[in-house]
Each structure stands twice: as structure tokens, then as C-alpha cells.
Design a protein around this ligand. Structure first.
Ligand code: GRF
Length: 199
């Protein structure tokens, strides 16, 4: 078994960090050699900073768009990151960046991809579309990241009934609960696979 797997988190804007918290709590419970190396924020006033402090996770501010990917790859290499976890990161990563990073990059989307994904589909907009379409089910998707929005290969999905939801906010609430369970479990699974394959 490999000594450990190194994880980093990527967020953008005024990220709130509820998935980050759920993952951190889960990782504290599982007995695995997982090191959380750092968390990237793109705004100095991102609320997620409080959560990072609570868990003792170092955060790095990368607020210059031009040098963002160049700086990110430098940190990822320096901290030997194997798994980059997007949690509230609303931008695209470039093909060049994804080619040069050696590790895995994953994201969570609050709908059942390939439906309700793509550019501009984030936050409450996703749930508004789902609500307007009269769906009775929604859910959560964890997927690998490629250079298009929400389009990489799907790793895990969970469906939830929303037939009794009266508005997009109720859907958002129900879906977020599933996120907080599916993302930590998927990361644990990926970590176990990584540790098994890197002996
Ligand atoms: C989540 O809904 C996630 O699906 C999406 O961004 C949101 C982040 O929320 N990618 P939080 O910062 O984890 O609370």
C-alpha cells in the first residue's frame, strides 16, 4: 500500500464550503492515510476560510485569473497532490492544465448529468430549471473533470425524489443533503483504490 494519498480542494468566488466540511468530517472518521494538503480560494473574503481554519487546513489565495493555473500547478506539484477535489469551483480548467496535472480531478454537480449541466448551470439556476421542467426526480453527480463544463466521465450518481418539492429552494436543500453523503463516500472509494494500486 502507498504511504498516503494527498488531496487538495479547489473553490472559487464566495464559496460557502458545505461539501468541504462534509468531506473533512467523513475523512476524520475513516481510518485512511489521507493528507489534505491545502484549499484554494479565489477571493480573500470567501466564507469557506472559516471552515478551513476549523479543520486546520491551509488555504491558498489565488486571486489573479491570468496566473491562476500556472500557480495552481506549482502548488499541486510542490505538495505532491494526487486528487484535486472541486467543491464550488465555477470556472473551466484548461486542456493544458488538465494535461499537465498528473493526478485525478473530480467535481460534484447538483443534478443528474448529462441533464441540467453546462455553462451557466450552477447554484439555484440548476434547481430552477429542474423545477420548471416538472421533474419528479433530481440528484447528484460526481464526475471526472475535462475541459468542458460538467462533461467529464461520471463516477457516481444518486437519485432523490423531489415530487413533493414546492419550489427550487426545496429541491436545492434536498439535493445538498445527498451531496454531503455522496461526495465523501466517493472520495473515500477513490482514495481506497489509489492506495491499493500504489503499493
Ligand atoms: C454545490 O452545490 C456543488 O454541487 C456545486 O457547488 C456547490 C458548492 O456548495 N458544484 P458548497 O460550497 O460545498 O456549500
Amino acid at each position: 500500500m502507498s504511504k498516503s494519498i494527498n488531496i487538495a480542494f479547489l473553490t472559487s468566488g464566495k464559496s460557502r464550503g458545505s461539501n468541504f466540511e462534509a468531506i473533512m468530517r467523513h475523512l476524520q472518521e475513516v481510518d485512511l492515510p489521507i493528507r489534505v494538503q491545502f484549499l484554494v480560494i479565489t477571493r480573500a473574503d470567501a466564507p469557506i476560510k472559516k471552515r478551513a481554519d476549523f479543520f486546520g487546513v491551509k488555504y491558498i489565495l489565488l486571486d489573479d485569473k491570468k496566473s491562476f493555473e500556472r500557480n495552481l500547478i506549482t502548488y499541486l506539484e510542490e505538495y505532491e497532490v494526487n486528487l484535486l477535489v472541486l467543491a464550488g469551483f465555477m470556472r473551466k480548467l484548461s486542456h493544458d492544465f488538465l494535461q499537465s496535472f498528473q493526478g485525478d480531478v473530480i467535481n460534484i454537480h447538483p443534478a443528474l448529468l448529462p441533464k441540467y449541466g453546462g455553462e451557466g448551470m450552477y447554484g439555484i439556476r440548476v434547481h430552477e430549471k429542474v423545477f420548471e421542467s416538472g421533474e419528479t426526480e433530481s440528484g447528484v453527480t460526481v464526475h471526472r473533470v475535462n475541459d468542458d463544463y460538467d462533461a467529464g466521465p461520471i463516477i457516481a450518481q444518486e437519485i432523490v425524489s423531489i415530487s413533493d418539492c414546492r419550489n427550487p429552494e426545496e429541491i436545492a436543500h434536498r439535493v445538498l443533503e445527498i451531496e454531503h453523503s455522496l461526495y465523501p463516500r466517493t472520495i473515500e472509494k477513490l482514495a481506497r483504490e489509489y492506495l491499493k494500486n500504489h503499493t
